[in-house]
Every structure is written in C-alpha cells, then in structure tokens.
Write a protein that binds this ligand. Sequence first.
Ligand code: NAD
Length: 246
Amino acid sequence: MLKNKVAIITGGTRGIGFAIAQAFLKNGAKVAVLGSRKETVDNALSKLKSENSSWEVMGLYPDLTDYSAVEAAFKTISEKFGGIDILVNNAGISAREPIEAYEPDAFKKIMDLNVTAVFNGCKAAVPFMKEKGGSIINTSSMVAKFGQQSGVGYPASKFAVNGLTQSLARELGKYNIRVNAVAPGVTRTDMVASLPEEMVARVAAGIPLGRVGEPEEVANAFLFLASDMASYISGAILAVDGATVN
Ligand code: NAD
C-alpha cells in the first residue's frame, strides 16, 4: 500500500507509533522513526531490523518542540530517503492531575509536545510535500470528543490537534496534501500500562466492543489514511475506539 513512499513517524519508538512503523514498513514504505532519546531510538531500530533486515528504516531524536531541530531532521531524512510523502505526528504525553494540583509548567509542557510539536512537524513537512502532494496524520484521542475528568491539559491539547488537522486540511488541499487525524480510544500501550488494572477493566466493560484496542488495530487506520486508498479523504478525525461513548 505504501510502496516507494517515505514516512516520518514521531513517537515511533514504542506503543502506537512503533506499530505504525511496523505497518508502514510491511507495506513497502521507507520509515524514519523519531523518538526522544538515542537509546530508545536505537532500541526500536534494532527491533525493526531484527524483524526484517531488508526494511529501510532510520532513526533520529530531534527536540520536536524546537522548530529548527525538526526542520534539520526532515532535511536529513529527505536527503537519505529521497523526499517525504507521509508525516505522522504521534508523539504525545498524557496528564491526570486535578486542576488544583496541576502545575502551570506541566500544562505548558503538554502543550509544547502535543500541540506545538504537531505544528512544527506540519510546517516543516509542507516544503517537501508541496510539489507532489502528501499525507499528514496526527494522533488525536477520544478525549477530544468528551474531555476527561482530570488532567485538563491532555484533552485541551487533543482538541487543538483536531483544530490543526481540520484547518490545515483546508489550507493545504491546494497542494494535494491531505491532513487527517486518528482518534484512538483506550489502547494497550505503556500509557495504559501505567493505569491500575481494575481501572482498565472498568473502562473495557464500558466499551461497546467490550475491550481496549491493540496498537496494531490503531496502526491500520494510519496505514489506510496514509495510502492512496484514502486519496479523497482529508480533514477527517477517524475514531478507532470500539464505539466508546464516554
Ligand atoms: P507511549 O507512551 O507508548 O509512546 C509515546 C511515544 O511518544 C514514544 O515513542 C515516546 O518516545 C514519544 N515521546 C514522548 N515524549 C516525547 C518527547 N518529549 N519528544 C519526542 N517524543 C516523545 O504512548 P502511546 O499510547 O503509544 O501514545 C501515542 C499517541 O497516541 C499519543 O499522542 C497519545 O496521546 C495517543 N493516544 C494514546 C491512547 C492510548 O490509550 N494509549 C489513546 C488515545 C490517544
């Protein structure tokens, strides 16, 4: 589905991002995995290489909140792989603090990674995609429908991701750059592993499909949106949440 395409995946070292990297590589893309540290990036690259040594994959760890660092990383990737066709802005952190315990610095930090880094990625990708089109996919969340009971920075950041997605879909359509988001429900990654098991079970019981999602199931939605199968889809926020209602 992605033969000869070059894809960048932020937060590609584990969880949903790592599953997206696997799906894209299996479907013929060359993939650049971006993470926060050299060790985690090296670890992800060696896992992918051991799965299939012929996969074309590279890794970098720019500070995603620093536009110049992102721009430089994209230039390096384009030089090595011959352009950029797909960008997945997936790196993100969550929050659960109630407002009275929520430090202003923590709110700024979540906005920097979950929102500003998405802006940085989109802005840095446009020059590479302008001539021949491209696909940008942002990782939103189901909380951008409902909000959540505490940790207001997280839903606020994901509502902003939806805003970036829908606005840039309108702005960049003229270049045939499609901009979409995937909004996962509760998905079995480290982000969820940090929650108490009974909380996960309670959540699963309230999901119409009766279970939490697997990273591979979420990755399939990214694969579809990245591919030419979705050539007339832009500005969509695709829920992958087992019909979670709240
Ligand atoms: P995870 O914690 O397993 O992975 C997060 C990824 O982001 C890692 O690759 C990590 O390296 C990267 N990252 C974290 N901080 C970073 C930083 N400062 N700079 C660069 N990279 C950084 O999380 P996940 O569950 O796979 O989440 C991936 C995305 O999916 C996030 O945007 C998250 O908000 C979203 N999401 C997750 C769930 C879920 O239930 N797991 C649900 C909805 C949305």
